[in-house]
Design a protein around this ligand. Sequence first.
Ligand code: TRP
Length: 356
Amino acid sequence: MNSKNKKIVLTGDRPTGRLHLGHYIGSLKRRVELQNSGEFDEINILIADDQALTDNYDNPEKIRKNIINIVLDYLSVGINPEKVNICIQSCLPALHSLTFYYMNLVTTARLSRNPTVKAEIQMRGFANEGLPAGFFAYPVSQAADITAFNANIIPVGEDQLPMIEQTREIVEKFNKIYGETLVMPVAVIPKNESQRRLPGVDGKAKMSKSLGNCIYLSDDYETVKNQVNGKMFTDPMHLKISDPGHTENNIVFAYLDAFCTDEYFAEYLPEYSNLEEMKEHYRRGGLGDGVCKKFLIKILEEILSPIRAERKKWESDINTIYDILAHGNSKARKITDETLEKVKNAMQINYFNNLY
Ligand code: TRP
């Protein structure tokens, strides 16, 4: 079987902070499911430190420290390094070479149209301060990541769709000019809308460290409880328990939509058998916000406490984490170097192969 018929998964994260519930429900949980499904020939997770540096070049310490944090998060949620290859972008020099060659296949006009990059440019103030060329071109480096691993299945959040689209264009152009070489990737996004877009605890569109509206996988029980009780708004019209309430635009219900399964009712709130029944009661009136929040806290605790326990174990064994990364890097290095060689052959940058 050649690499084109294999099912090869690649996902990646920028190591810019600890991972939170939004990451968990939008991607980490799914990675564990993919890992345990046994359906894939290879699963790779790339810690994209070079990409993170494109907008954190003035704060390398942050990136450095978060590499270990992010691996701790992976291992705590159940990612198994024997089944999943975890590696670091900057340790794979082939990725840089590929990026340089792919730059020729992308116009600056095309890069400027990437909606995710556009939004990030605004958010980071690059529109006024000047836009670093490295940041502008990071979608090209992401195309290098994806193609270097021969990855054809890319599970990502919606904001990453423009990157995969751009990668597909690069693959098509490369193969057309230099001959069939690169594998065409496909993006896979979560089906469940509420899991795809978990809002911050304050109702803002996304969890973000600077807004203080995250629940981190490493947060303790008290912190989680305070975030839910102190920051999550429900329905401002639902003043008395007997008032009819709204479940849409109600953050507690947005979280229940994302995390609650029927089993939690049997365990913690047996007066209902599913979320729809609970919502019905809330809309009718007679169900208090306190009960809803308490239920949510119980669910979150049931999810987070095993993650916390697992994290504690790994925290006392950081050396093993370095071993896991070293092993992941050497495996990834082999794969990515091979792709670079194929690319260079296709581009006829193989001067010494047939000189003698
Ligand atoms: N851009 C991705 C993010 O910010 C991270 C990433 C880098 C990635 N390389 C990748 C994701 C390759 C998927 C495949 O989340």
